[in-house]
Design a binder for this molecule. Structure first.
Ligand SMILES: [Zn+2]
Length: 252
């Protein structure tokens, strides 16, 4: 996608969010950055068009962290970079075989009006969650149709912006789940403390039996080790999706 198209999409999003000129400038700077970086290094801009969703997700996380730290200028600049890559992915790839179509689609997109309704729809559908961001990133399909590519670029950009540039206050349900997990962990720890004599006895008896009963001793030592490992796992096991959702609000 042409740099000026990234800029007009960014301006439309900025208008929707009522960003002040200072913040808009940071956002636009981020949106231009990947192209400027590629040109500065003398590389073809095409190179970053096939970036993996995982890499974009990584950038989105950095933007969210800056947002949570209330560094809105930094958050918007980083978000701008992520959106640039996302928008490029909405257009058919620039591999040698499809480069001619890619260039034509890019040119035609640059002459189209921004579909403001797609931006509105994206913000309406946005959910403040990393799972939502990942689902959107992995659902992007490149298009050969200029209007469709632009519409998707606007829709997905608004969805991701709505997920990142949103509340830093965790929803009540999430806090309740966090509280429940903490309580459960405490309960488990208490239970462990009550029966901690079992692995310790196994360990002492195992060590004492080394010279006379090496086989029994090895079994006892292995049992105490397994016991300790299982205890540690049961205390530290968490649901990775939940862990991620908590991190999205800076709770982990
Ligand atoms: Zn680009």
């Amino acid at each position: 996608m042409k740099t000026e198209t990234h800029v007009v999409i960014g301006r439309a999003i900025s208008r929707y969010l009522h960003l002040d000129p200072r913040l808009e400038k940071c956002f636009i700077r981020g949106l231009k950055k990947p192209d400027l970086k590629a040109k500065r290094r003398g590389r073809r801009v095409y190179r970053h068009h096939g970036i993996y969703p995982k890499s974009i997700m990584h950038i989105v996380w950095s933007a969210r962290r800056a947002y949570l730290a209330r560094d809105y200028e930094k958050a918007l600049e980083i978000l701008g970079v992520a959106l640039h890559y996302l928008q490029d992915k909405c257009v058919i790839g620039a591999r040698k075989s499809s480069r001619r179509i890619h260039n034509r689609v890019e040119r035609e997109i640059a002459s189209l009006e921004i579909p403001v309704d797609a931006i509105r729809e994206g913000f309406d559908r946005a959910e403040c969650s990393p799972l939502f961001v990942r689902t959107v990133l992995y659902s992007i399909k490149p298009s050969t149709n200029p209007a469709e590519a632009l519409r998707n670029a606007c829709l997905y950009s608004a969805m991701i912006t709505g997920a990142v540039y949103n509340s830093s206050q965790p929803p009540r349900e999430l806090l309740e789940i966090l509280e429940k997990i903490k309580m459960e962990k405490m309960e488990r720890k208490k239970k462990m403390k009550k029966i901690v004599w079992i692995p310790i006895t196994l360990l002492i008896v195992g060590l004492a039996l080394i010279p006379i009963q090496p086989l029994v001793s090895t079994t006892l030592l292995a049992l105490s080790l397994i016991y300790l490992l299982l205890s540690l796992i049961s205390i530290h096991t968490t649901n990775p999706q939940l862990h991620e959702q908590l991190a999205w609000y800076g709770l982990e």
